[in-house]
Design a protein around this ligand. Structure first.
Ligand code: PMP
Length: 326
C-alpha cells in the first residue's frame, strides 16, 4: 500500500538530507554521487559518476581529512588546552580545519602565502582562525617550510597537523570516500580517477577500492605544467613530494593541461548544472579521457571521479580585495 499524508512526506525525504544532528561535523561525508549524463555522451557505453564533495559543510573534499586529523589528535591527547593546531594550507584544507576547529573547540593557526585571495582570508578569519603569512614568491612550498620552522622553534605550543605527512588524511578517504563509492555504485565501479594535491584523496580511496576489488583501475591526474597547474593540485616531483604519496596504489597517471580543466569546469556548469572549481574540471576531464578510451575499445565501464569544491570559491572580487588588504 502506498503511504499517504505525513507518512508520504517522510518517505519522500531523501535519507542523505533527512538528518537531525548535534554537530555540523556529523554532516561531513556521505556526499551524493551524481551521474554526468551529458558529458558521458562523448563516450558511448560508459557511465561517468561524480562525487559531490562540495556538499560537505565547509564546501570541499578536505572536510573529511580535516575532521579525521583533528579527531585523532584529540583522542591521542596531542591537542589539549594550551596547544594550537597549525598547518600550511592556501585553501580548502584551511577552511576545513577552521570549520572543524570551531565546531570542536580547537584553536587553529594557518600558514598561507601572503598573496592568497581575500575571500580565502575572509572565510578562515570568519571561523576565528589565526593566519601567519609566508612569502608570496614561494607558493605552497614556502608555506610548508614556514610551518616547519614555527613548530621547530616552539614545539610545545603547536600540534603540527601536517596534511602532507598525516596518515589520517588518506585514512579519511580509506574509511569513508571509498566505501561510499562502492556502496553508491552497488559495487559496479570499474575506474576511479582524481587529481593530486596532498594525494590523500587518491591514495586513500584507491587503496580501499583495490582491496574491495583488485580489478578497479585507479588513476591519478597531475597538471602537466609545474608553474601554471590547477589550483589545489600538485605537479610531482617538481613540488615537495608528500610523504603520504604512495604510487604503488595507482595504476596510471594522466598529465592534464590546465586549460582542459578550466574548459571542462565550464562544460559542467553549462551542461550539467554543476558549477564547480577547475580541479573538479580537471578530474572530470580525466574521467572523460578514460571513458573515451574504453568506449573506443568497445568496452563498458563505470568511471567515478571527485567534484572537489564549488566554482564560486574561485571568485576574486577586486573591490573587496582592495578594501580588505590583509
Ligand atoms: N582540488 C582542490 C580544489 C583542493 O583544494 C585539493 C586539496 N589540496 C585537491 C583538489 C586535492 O586533494 P588531496 O589533497 O586529497 O590530494
Amino acid at each position: 500500500m502506498l503511504p499517504t499524508g505525513r507518512e508520504q512526506l517522510l518517505t519522500d525525504l531523501r535519507p542523505a538530507r533527512a538528518v537531525r544532528t548535534d554537530s555540523i561535523v556529523d554532516l561531513v561525508g556521505n556526499t551524493p554521487l551524481v551521474r554526468l549524463h551529458h558529458i558521458e555522451r562523448d563516450a558511448p557505453g560508459v557511465e561517468i559518476w561524480a562525487k559531490c564533495e562540495f556538499c560537505n559543510p565547509a564546501g570541499s573534499v578536505k572536510d573529511r581529512a580535516a575532521l579525521r586529523i583533528v579527531r585523532d589528535a584529540l583522542e591521542r591527547g596531542l591537542l589539549r588546552p594550551g596547544v594550537r593546531l597549525i598547518d600550511s594550507t592556501s585553501g580548502n584544507t584551511g577552511i576545513a580545519y577552521a570549520m572543524v576547529g570551531a565546531a570542536l573547540g580547537v584553536p587553529v593557526t594557518l600558514v598561507m602565502p601572503e598573496n592568497v585571495s581575500a575571500p580565502r582570508k575572509q572565510v578562515t578569519t570568519a571561523y576565528g582562525v589565526e593566519i601567519v603569512y609566508s612569502s608570496p614568491m614561494e607558493g605552497s612550498d614556502g608555506a610548508i617550510r614556514l610551518a616547519h620552522e614555527l613548530v621547530e622553534r616552539e614545539p610545545d605550543r603547536w600540534h603540527y597537523a601536517d596534511q602532507y605527512k598525516n596518515p589520517n588524511n588518506p585514512l579519511a578517504h580509506y574509511h569513508t570516500t571509498a566505501p561510499e563509492i562502492w556502496q553508491q555504485t552497488g559495487g559496479r565501479v570499474t575506474h576511479f580517477v582524481t587529481g593530486i594535491g596532498t594525494s590523500g584523496t587518491v591514495v586513500g580511496t584507491s587503496r580501499r577500492l583495490h582491496e574491495l576489488d583488485p580489478a578497479i583501475r585507479c588513476i591519478a591526474i597531475q597538471p602537466d605544467d609545474a608553474m601554471h597547474g590547477l589550483e589545489g593540485m600538485k605537479h610531482l616531483p617538481s613540488s615537495i613530494v608528500p610523504a603520504i604519496y604512495d604510487p604503488s596504489v595507482l595504476d596510471d597517471t594522466i598529465w592534464m593541461p590546465t586549460d582542459e580543466g578550466w574548459d571542462m569546469a565550464e562544460r559542467l556548469a553549462k551542461e550539467e548544472g554543476l558549477f564547480v572549481g577547475h580541479s573538479s574540471g580537471g578530474n572530470v576531464a580525466g574521467a572523460l579521457r578514460v571513458a573515451k578510451q574504453l568506449s573506443a575499445e568497445g568496452r563498458r565501464g563505470v568511471v567515478v571521479t571527485i567534484l572537489c569544491d564549488r566554482g564560486d570559491r574561485y571568485f576574486v572580487p577586486l573591490r573587496w580585495e582592495k578594501r580588505y588588504l590583509w
